[in-house]
Design a protein around this ligand. Structure first.
Ligand code: ASP
Length: 437
């Protein structure tokens, strides 16, 4: 049995956190493949090493004296090394980095050194072998992962060493240069390693005990989600709930490898398991989340024209402005197109003009005050009447529903309401459906 275990920035932010990581790893012999982020924040006003490295890179690019920021970065690593007596020659490591940057190494190389050094130190501290991501994670020219090459390399390194630490967040581009994933990408590294080695579980250690059923800034002490499917997670994340990089599930989904979100600071908490199917029926809904600031263009068409043609031409008009459409609720002679405010801010009048040119359009109304709230749950399929319950709860609480959309798989119900009602709507759904009040 093998587990890939990934520790995020806050889990490796200091010597104290390194100690927690070690005790977690030593408590389960299956934890053979370790992925680490760069050192994160130790306290809320602290800086992440990755942000400091970006700053360093700007200093170098614009020829601004970078000594101070460089020294601050060195200090963070030295502190951990000294406190834990880790045998690594940091002076030499930083000299190599300086030299490579001087010789034209790209920004991705410099920024990736955050995870590189963290992994080197962690490997030495744990007595595991350091395996550089540059030797096992390979990109294609289009930016996607070269699975064949990657899987082969990962398997062969693992077969050679058995217990390894790999830096997250980067790999090698076909040109031989280092290439980063997008921010938060160490999650993806863990997922790729889990896929390549077909492991039993991918543990993702962070600073929260898993996902919560609602945003704790809105709902006081929401319940934790013990199990969630890949699809549900995608729906919830898309609507604002975030704990993992959104691309994390792709590599492991096919092989049905569960991702277990756990808390480095509370390792005995149950956390959240993300998997393909879940038999857990404790709750009717899995979670509720949402986003503010959408616009609905409501289009009324002439009775004599074909609705699909008008919808198609309207979408083509929006496409000219690169607008991403979220939902299209329809009725017989009208339909709405819901889009994020930020995608139309600069072009709203031009868009209206363009839609009005569509054959058969009688009028276009614009409502810029929309929030979307998503109620997500695989168990809703088993229970008729959830939508009815949501509508009656909203009615009782004076929340006016502007639009409704339900996905065909019935794992989500999305309701459009006024921005002012956003927090109240989430609280109402939580109280009414989760707590049954
Ligand atoms: N250190 C990188 C970041 O801050 C990558 C990661 O932590 O996953 O985005």
């Amino acid at each position: 049995m093998i587990k890939v275990v990934k520790f995020g920035g806050s889990s490796v932010a200091s010597a104290e956190q390194f100690k927690k990581v070690k005790s977690i790893i030593e408590s389960d012999p299956k934890r053979k493949v370790v992925v680490v982020s760069a050192l994160g924040k130790r306290f809320s006003k602290d800086s992440k090493i990755t942000d400091m490295l970006y700053l360093l890179s700007y200093h170098i690019k614009y020829n601004v004296d970078s000594t101070a920021i460089f020294n601050q970065i060195v200090e963070r690593y030295e502190e951990v090394k000294n406190e834990l007596n880790i045998s690594i020659n940091l002076t030499r490591e930083f000299d190599i980095i300086k030299e490579n940057v001087k010789n034209g190494a790209n920004e991705d190389y410099l920024v990736s050194r955050g995870e590189f050094l963290c992994a080197k130190m962690m490997a030495s501290y744990l007595g595991y072998e350091f395996v550089d991501a540059e030797d096992v994670i390979f990109f294609k020219y289009d930016g996607s992962i070269d699975n064949e090459k990657t899987i082969e390399a990962v398997k062969s390194k693992f077969a050679e060493y058995k217990n390894i630490v790999v830096p997250g967040f980067y790999g090698t581009f076909p040109t031989g240069d280092i290439k980063l994933f997008s921010r938060g990408g160490s999650d993806i590294t863990g997922s790729i390693l889990a896929m390549a080695l077909e492991v039993d579980e991918y543990e993702n250690w962070t600073d929260v005990s898993g996902l919560l059923m609602a945003d704790p800034r809105i709902v006081k002490n929401p319940k934790a989600i013990s199990e969630i499917t890949y699809e549900e997670l995608r729906e919830l994340s898309y609507m604002g709930a975030s704990v993992l990089h959104e691309e994390t599930i792709f590599p492991v989904k096919e092989l049905n490898i569960p991702i277990h979100i756990l808390n480095t600071n509370a390792p005995n908490d149950a956390g959240t398991i993300i998997c393909r199917d879940s038999q857990n029926t404790d709750n009717i809904i899995t979670g509720v989340s949402g986003k503010k600031n959408f616009t609905a263009f409501t289009i009324v068409k002439s009775m004599s024209v074909n609705k699909l043609a008008v919808i198609r031409d309207t979408l083509n008009a929006l496409d000219k402005f690169n607008v991403v459409v979220e939902h299209i609720p329809t009725s017989i002679d009208s339909f709405s197109v819901i889009v994020e405010n930020k995608s139309i801010e600069k072009s709203v009048y031009d868009i209206i003009t363009e839609i009005k040119k569509v054959k058969g359009v009688i009028s276009v109304e614009v409502d810029k005050d929309i929030s979307l709230v998503a109620v997500v749950g695989r168990n809703m399929v088993l229970k008729p009447g959830i939508s009815g319950k949501i509508f009656s709860l909203f009615g009782k609480n004076n929340i006016n529903i502007k639009t409704i959309a339900q996905g065909t798989q019935e794992i989500n119900i999305i309701v459009g309401i006024s921005n002012n009602d956003f927090e109240k709507a989430i609280q109402t759904i939580y109280n009414g459906i989760v707590l049954g009040e």
